[in-house]
Design a protein around this ligand. Structure first.
Ligand code: ADP
Ligand code: ADP
Ligand code: SF4
Length: 603
């Protein structure tokens, strides 16, 4: 008996009628006659129960793990829990199901952040804090009621909050993670979506600050992802509630918009004394926004642990280091490092494409774009930065030849593999079938090591594209883009919906791919950390969104970051301990000094 181990069976994957019960046949305790793995669930047509059950009392634990290896559907996980977790879980969904340890602590007048991977129990925690479900303390057979729960949290920071939930005194307003799903759930225009949310009388102010006005009369299914994100955030913040939960605020927003949203969330805490809880993977924004931070770790889908609150700086640093000081817990074998590197030396590589000055306008009074002639080099990762609606996609479409410039000729017809910002791969097809239709490298050891592993595709290969979550879809789309053969790979916002670790791994997969395949990659993204990890050079777009855009030549990282960040009026300093870039407070001494010296990023 392994006290500290849990067995988790993914009931959607487990299909005993198709596997010959390999887990049960090979389990060592079963072979000596014990009932470690048994069958349960409804009977199938063949007269057998359709699911397995694993006794955590009898199971030998992770060091055995034979069933995990034998299961052809990857349905079983056997995990030794960290010994430090001596308490019962806050909630367990059932036998052999996901369990959550620890809960975030909402605090009046404060913005509390959660940093950690997807599938770790954040939504479960919020459902508990919203009073939608009573946390069963791991006892799903005779679950406690709210009075029992209050007993457990007596004397802790959660006591008052749980008492308020028990008494039905907590109103919660929520912003869901995947805004892309809203059009499927709401039929009507932006005005209709927002009009029922104006409980604080602040809707007009929010619409104004987030520049939603121009899309008020547009149908929800016709507005862009960035617009949808801002509408969803406005809908959440407009409500009257005690506790606001926002699951990711940055996908599809440019940096200026991210900063505006961060300020609006702060205002609700500072001026209205509300409790704000925010999950966010853009570390620069999280750092700027939160007062304190819970790190969430564990094994996605199996168990999750929410730590007690840390200072934002320490929380992010410990998370990146892969080691939590207070908990004495390693959460990752190696640290995620941001080198304070001098920008990568610009190598004198061959030219992939040269283009002259280009202009393009869409009709008389509509958007116009001027691009300064430049060169794209072979084998480089070229970062493209600038606000939304400034002409980045228009430039990319001119390179692909799908639209003609008004002035200037692009004489090379580049074959481009393109990952769009909003991913539309809703075909009723399995991931493996989809990817193998793109490349005959699929399944080769090279493809597995360079694409499938860093993008964590193995576990989702057998799933249907239509069943994937936003982050899974993103990883499949990045893999599909890189797997195609092309002269140029163009990825638009690969960071969207990826957690921090997945961003770092995707960045390294993209870089390695460029180096090893002598491929040229262009990446549009708004996550400064991701850009720093990815790009060799930068192309900066500037101007008045939706009216006029300008793009300079691709330039070295240092001058590119300086130009880009001076347009935004933001400077970064380095954290003394880990060298991670942090946004300076406006008008702080460092901010003023760096602006004077013209060093906005690599100071
Ligand atoms: P996150 O919000 O961090 O992505 P969730 O709280 O949504 O995580 O889910 C954590 C885990 O709990 C997931 O693996 C999910 O499959 C599992 N889970 C969620 N709801 C249920 C449920 N009602 N029954 C069993 N498992 C569930
Ligand atoms: P970005 O990629 O930087 O977000 P885009 O190149 O997509 O910017 O768009 C720049 C501006 O041009 C936006 O205001 C957009 O609405 C407008 N635009 C894009 N395509 C068209 C088109 N086919 N007709 C008219 N306007 C367009
Ligand atoms: Fe049986 Fe699997 Fe536990 Fe090994 S790990 S004892 S095979 S249930």
């Amino acid at each position: 008996m392994a006290d500290d181990s849990i067995a988790v069976v993914d009931l959607e994957r487990c299909q005993p009628d198709r596997c010959n019960y390999e887990c049960k046949n090979y389990c060592p305790p079963n072979r000596t006659g014990k009932e470690c793995i048994t069958l349960r669930g409804e009977e199938t047509r063949e007269g057998q129960p359709d699911q397995v059950h694993i006794s955590e009392e009898i199971c030998l634990g992770e060091t055995c793990g034979i069933c995990v290896e034998k299961c052809p559907f990857d349905a079983i996980e056997i995990i030794n829990l960290p010994q430090e977790l001596d308490d019962d879980p806050a909630h367990r969904y059932g036998e052999n199901a996901f369990s959550l340890y620890g809960l975030p602590v909402p605090e009046e007048g404060k913005v509390t952040g959660i940093l950690g991977p997807n599938g770790i129990g954040k939504t479960t925690a919020v459902r508990i804090l919203a009073g939608e479900m009573v946390p069963n303390q791991g006892n799903h057979e005779s679950p406690p009621d709210w009075d029992d729960v209050l007993e457990r949290y007596r004397g802790t920071e959660l006591q008052d909050y749980i008492a308020a939930v028990r008494d039905g005194n907590v109103e919660v307003s929520r912003k869901p993670q995947y805004v892309d799903e809203i059009p499927g759930q709401f039929d009507g225009n932006t005005r209709e979506l927002l009009e029922h949310t104006d409980e604080r009388g602040e809707l007009d102010y929010l619409i104004d600050r987030m520049e939603i006005g121009p899309v008020m009369d547009q149908d929800i299914d016709s507005i862009s992802g960035g617009e949808l994100q801002r509408v969803a955030i406005a809908a959440c913040l407009a409500r009257e509630a005690d506790f606001y939960f926002l699951d990711e605020i940055t996908p599809y927003l440019d940096i200026g918009q991210r900063m505006t949203v961060a300020r609006l969330i702060r205002e609700l805490a500072d001026e209205e004394n509300k409790s704000m809880l925010v999950v966010e993977h853009d570390l620069a924004i999280l750092d700027l926004l939160a007062d304190s931070l819970h790190v969430a770790y564990g094994s996605p889908g199996a168990y999750g642990v929410v730590t007690t609150p840390k200072s934002v700086r320490n929380g992010i640093n410990e998370y990146l280091a892969g080691y939590l000081d207070n908990e004495n817990m390693r959460i990752r074998p190696s640290p995620i490092e941001f080198e304070e590197h001098a920008p990568r030396p610009v190598n004198r590589a061959q030219t992939l494409a040269e283009y002259p000055d280009l202009t393009k306008s869409y009709g008389e009074d509509e958007f116009s774009l001027d691009v300064e002639g430049g060169t794209i080099r072979k084998n480089e990762v070229l970062g493209i930065v600038g606000p939304n609606g400034i002409g980045k996609s228009t430039f990319a479409k001119m390179l692909t030849g799908s639209i003609e410039p008004d002035e200037g000729d692009i004489d090379v017809a580049l074959d481009i593999s393109y990952k769009p910002q909003y991913i539309d791969i809703d075909q009723p097809m399995r991931v493996d079938a989809f990817l193998s239709s793109i490349t005959d490298q699929f399944g080769s050891s090279y493809w597995d090591t360079e694409i499938a592993q860093p993008l964590q595709l193995e576990r989702i290969m057998e799933q249907n594209l239509t069943d994937l979550s936003g982050g899974e879809r993103q990883r499949v789309a990045i893999a599909a883009c890189l797997s195609d053969s092309a002269d140029l790979y163009l990825l638009d916002e690969p960071s969207a919906h990826l957690d921090v670790e997945q961003r770092v791994q995707a960045a390294s997969a993209i870089r390695r791919y460029a180096e090893q395949q002598s491929a040229t990659v262009m990446v549009i993204d708004h996550d400064i950390y991701m850009m720093d990890l990815l790009a060799d050079r930068l192309m900066v777009f500037d101007g008045e969104p939706a009216e006029h855009g300008r793009a300079g030549q691709p330039q070295a990282m240092r001058s590119g970051m300086n130009e880009f960040l001076s347009n935004l009026d933001i400077t970064f300093r380095r954290d003394e301990r880990v060298g991670r870039p942090r946004i300076n407070k406006p008008e702080s001494q460092l901010d003023r000094e760096q602006k004077r010296e013209g060093e906005y990023y690599y100071s």
